[in-house]
Write a protein that binds this ligand. Structure first.
Ligand SMILES: Cc1ncc(COP(=O)(O)O)c(C=O)c1O
Length: 403
């Protein structure tokens, strides 16, 4: 079955539910059993897939989403958790113990870094951050107690690619578990497990839900790692509300069509940004000039709608005038919904193993499903505001630059 067919059919059982196309939304905490024998039987079976014993452990609404995602990922099992960040922290806590060492990519999503530097450090786990370009050189950083190697590609602020198979091969040889945040590509454009990753992490809040209206995380693994991840998520009390599971499975059905359009428009906008004199660099591995392009072309099937733009040196007030006046690019965290977004980012402040050199402000754009020509007109008007504010306003604002 091809992926586009899988995402339409996987996890759905209409004829278990009066022929209704989508799975029902079960709101449940207590689940009743008619007899002591039935209760005992359910307790014995409670770890078996699709067993309904208590709301926190999932209902058929949860199972429909998990089954669909596992199939798409090429995984034996998937577990739903309440956010993308939970999809990062639950597996980290599943595999790391006091005295362990972790290698984490320097371009990592910032709250994952913060988790490593705070809670994991507190329980005695040491983290070393590594250059995203390390490739097979990761072998030199692996220690005897390195238990986890954590990847994210492309990084969601700087869009640096990683040589995933080179890293996973070295980690496997050393007996370390690999985890990868694959939120940018989704399993439609990259399947981590096919490239040697043990734990595939998805902030389903983004493209899977796709409409900016639910928080959701998904962790996909083969059987050998499932019980550890599940015990960690369940032990931490991570339970996803049924409406959010429902929205996740519903979003999944249209993911392919949405992503194709995000990609087409993002490519158009990224190429347009490259022609602009205000722009120093566009950070998008799908562009032929991007330093990660060869790796992207080798391993990925597509690109999503999120990319970075590094401006030439520009006064902060001028950047603010550009961003504040956008008509279609909303300002806010997260991404992957149907709407366009923009945020100024500060990658230079979020790294420790490497440095981020950029002449001006780094921006992150999410290209939504609007008409791309309307978006370009909005961006063009933004650059006019930027130029006007740069010309007429104060040349530099050291105070704002420091913020
Ligand atoms: C790459 C990446 N991973 C994980 C997350 C966390 O997802 P959530 O916001 O659902 O916790 C985000 C959210 O911004 C993200 O961009």
């Amino acid at each position: 079955m091809k992926d586009d067919t899988t995402i339409v059919h996987a996890g759905r059982k209409p004829f278990d539910n009066h022929g209704i196309v989508n799975p029902p939304v079960y709101h449940a905490s207590t689940v009743l059993f008619p007899t002591v024998e039935a209760w005992e039987h359910a307790r014995e079976q409670r770890d078996a897939p699709d067993t309904v014993v208590y709301g926190r452990r999932g209902t058929p609404t949860t199972f429909a989403l998990q089954d669909a995602m596992a199939e798409l990922e090429g995984a034996d099992r998937c577990i739903a958790v309440p956010s993308g960040l939970a999809a990062i922290t639950a597996p980290l806590l599943a595999f790391l113990e006091p005295g362990d060492h972790m290698l984490m990519v320097d371009a990592v999503y910032y709250p994952a870094r913060r988790f490593a530097d705070s809670l994991l450090a507190r329980i005695g786990v040491e983290t070393t951050f590594y250059d995203p370009a390390v490739g097979a050189g990761i072998a030199d950083l692996i220690r005897e107690n390195t238990r986890v190697v954590y990847l994210e590609a492309p990084g969601s602020q700087t869009f640096e690619m990683q040589d995933v198979p080179a890293v996973t091969e070295a980690a496997r040889e050393a007996g370390a578990v690999t985890m990868m945040d694959n939120t940018w590509a989704t399993p439609l454009y990259f399947k981590p497990l096919d490239f040697g990753v043990d734990v595939s992490i998805m902030a389903a809040t983004k493209y899977i839900v796709g409409h900016s209206d639910a928080m959701l995380g998904l962790v996909s693994v083969q059987d050998e790692h499932f019980s550890r991840v599940r015990d960690s998520a369940w032990g931490l009390g991570m339970a996803v509300g049924p409406d959010d599971c429902y929205l996740g499975q519903r979003g999944l059905r249209t993911l392919s069509a949405r992503l194709a359009r995000h990609q087409e428009s993002a490519l158009k906008l990224a190429a347009w940004f490259e022609t602009r004199p205000e722009v120093a660099r566009v950070l998008y591995p799908a562009l032929p000039g991007d330093p990660g392009h060869e790796l992207w072309k080798r391993d990925f099937k597509g690109a999503s709608g999120l990319f970075g733009v590094v401006l030439e040196e520009t006064p902060q007030e001028a950047v603010a005038a550009m961003l504040n006046g956008y008509r279609y690019f909303g300002m806010g965290g997260s991404w992957g919904g149907y709407e366009s977004l923009v945020l100024p980012t500060r990658p230079e402040k979020l790294r420790s193993a490497t440095t981020w050199d950029a002449p001006g402000t780094t921006l992150r754009y999410h290209v939504g499903l609007e008409d791309p020509d309307d978006l370009i007109a909005d961006l063009e008007a933004g650059f006019e505001r930027l130029r006007a504010a740069g010309r007429d306003g104060p040349a530099e604002s050291p105070e704002l630059d420091k913020a």
